[in-house]
Write a protein that binds this ligand. Structure first.
Ligand code: TYD
Length: 207
């Protein structure tokens, strides 16, 4: 029986998720809510090893292999971290979840959405986040932010066209699941994004 809330953060690389995650953790601490911060791909010892392979620029793999590895890591993550934490009553905040597979492997790489849905059903059944915060930014803004931070991983090294498709797929999912996925315009000044975020969380999870 799930007692805690499951919140996921999504966006193209450079959308500013990391900054908002830090704010969110602090917000929950102030509310005295026990929370587990985690990420995908990753979140478990096996998942983190899969992450290393998935992000390694030297790895060449079929797009469906990539999708299968993302969902394999997710299966482990659900079993070892997400579901036990929620059952304990903790809130779980995940930096990315299944929407990223639909956006990156589906939109970006062109893996069939039907196949991804089969994997989603297999791994998650009907389980979905209580709230997904999708940080939307134009490709150009995201690109500038990523370049100034670190050397590019296997996804970050992709061309603008790839990220355009990823963003398009995220936007479509936000339209398809308006109850669960809340779109936040993250191209605005940080303070504005933070107050939008706070408003959404108060409204959806504390009312
Ligand atoms: P990211 O979350 O951006 O972490 P960091 O901020 O440390 O770079 O990195 C994870 C990458 O994995 C990101 O480029 C998106 C990609 N990804 C997928 O392609 N599919 C998925 O299902 C998930 C969870 C992530």
């Amino acid at each position: 029986m799930q007692q805690g809330k499951f919140i996921t953060l999504e966006g193209i690389d450079g959308a500013g998720k990391s900054t908002h995650l830090i704010w969110l953790e602090d917000f929950l601490r102030r509310k005295r809510i026990n929370n587990v911060m985690t990420r995908e791909p990753g979140g478990t010892p096996l998942g983190e090893q899969l992450r290393t392979l998935l992000l390694d620029q030297r790895q060449i793999m079929h797009a469906e292999t990539e999708a299968l590895m993302m969902f394999a890591a997710r299966r482990e993550h659900l079993d070892k971290v997400i579901l036990p934490s929620l059952t304990r009553g903790d809130w779980v905040i995940s930096d990315r979840f299944a929407d990223a597979s639909f956006a990156y492997q589906g939109g970006g790489r062109g893996v069939s959405f039907d196949k991804l849905q089969i994997l989603e059903q297999w791994v998650q059944g009907s389980f979905q986040p209580d709230l997904t915060l999708y940080f939307d930014v134009p490709i150009e803004t995201a690109r500038q932010r990523v370049q100034s931070v670190k050397t590019a991983d296997r996804f970050e090294q992709e061309q603008d066209e790839f990220f355009r498709r990823v963003r398009e797929a995220y936007l479509q999912r936000a339209q398809q699941f308006p109850e669960r996925i809340r779109l936040i315009d993250a191209s605005r000044p940080l303070q504005d994004v933070t107050s939008a975020l706070e408003g959404i969380i108060q409204e959806t999870l504390f009312n």
